[in-house]
Ligand binder design. Sequence first.
Ligand SMILES: [Zn+2]
Ligand SMILES: [Zn+2]
Length: 459
Amino acid sequence: MQPKKLIAHSRAIRPVMFMFCLALADPAFARVGGAGGHSSHSSSSGSGGGGGGFFFFTDSPVLNFLIIAIVVIYYIVKYLNKQSNNNETNSAAVPMTNAVPFPGGLDEEKVASSFLAIQDAWQRKDLKNVRKWLSDGMYQRLTTQFKMMNALGQSNVLSNISIERITAADTNTEGNYQTAEVAISFTMNDSFVCSKFPSLNESYQGDSDTEFWTFIKRTDAPNEKNLYDNNNCPNCGAPFEVKMGEISRCSNCNTLTNSAAYDWVLSEITQQDDYTGGAGMSNEQALATLMAGDPFFSAQRMEDIASNVFMQIMEVLSISDKKKLTRFADEPTVDAVMKYKQGLKPFVFDRLYLNSATLDNCDVAGDVVKLHFDLRCTYRRVSTEGRLQILDNDFVTTSFALELSRNKIVAQKAEFVYSHECSFCGAPYTDTTDDHCTYCDAPVIDIKKNWVLTGVTLG
Ligand SMILES: [Zn+2]
Ligand SMILES: [Zn+2]
């Protein structure tokens, strides 16, 4: 489903690959990266990303020798690493965590049906059957990838999917939300097929891996509701109309189904290599005290919002225009992103994968709380102007920082859909270019009402 091949099996080779990137990366890329980072690499039996790399030779024989030496060492280490990964493959299906009991309302069966339905939705690039239990952040992660894949005529064909094992790895309660991290071990055949540019094709047979799926649910959610075994609205019982796109709302009674108020909702997928075992921010308790007056606050929800915002920024850097940003970012931040975009050669993400979205720390200035997020993302960019050109010679994994700000306490009676509806009257935003609600005239960006992107570090 998620292009897990991007991150799978990259272990010992990172320092060498970092040198490799420094020596060979596209100059434009160093700016995207910012906080350095390493390249995460796909291994296994892929037929290669095509395109090779960008080799920068210099006038200096010594430097050229060094570059060649680094490349040779890189390939040797890569080869050795691949061999050791092949040996590991058989054991990769066993999660390296201790199992805990599943929390109420979540079980192996529900996770399995969610897993299989999402694989199916992913390869068909159609989320309508799973939208009702996808968080907005999760929806955005997938949707942004679909847009990129469509721009390149790409699809990800999966077959022979077999779930080996499902275990609850960690559970937690924070404010009014519970989270559950579930380890899913599976095997599948996995092919990226690119109709426009066959050189981008990749395929993996019998790929075996473990992913951690994070589900979230409100503590006051009724336990008897089930979003997974029927297609009715959990509130009014009406058959669920699936014209929903960005917003998962019942057309009959207006209930948001994916607000975690009814059932466990999928909010994050983390690869085994990125999984930190539910480690939280250092001043978590201080933040919990600070936000105690907001019944809709939780770190997991905020990370979901941050991942939603991040994927939309990536979309704007690539193929979308600035309108998207004006829905959630203040003016200086919109300007900063657009200025950054102007310095980039136009590109499409051949791969774009969010490794993690982590709430790092917070600070308070008067009434305003500022939350700082670290986002790690793996990508490879291509240019399709004229002929296909691969801009990053390898998959690149790098960190970005976001800051979301809002008043400490807002008078909020229900959970709003972040950036899709007025946080004052709840009306959906109909005109995406309008910076005021068409019903109540409240400004779309309002730090007193909703989280606003007030800072971003892209490079
Ligand atoms: Zn309903
Ligand atoms: Zn309004």
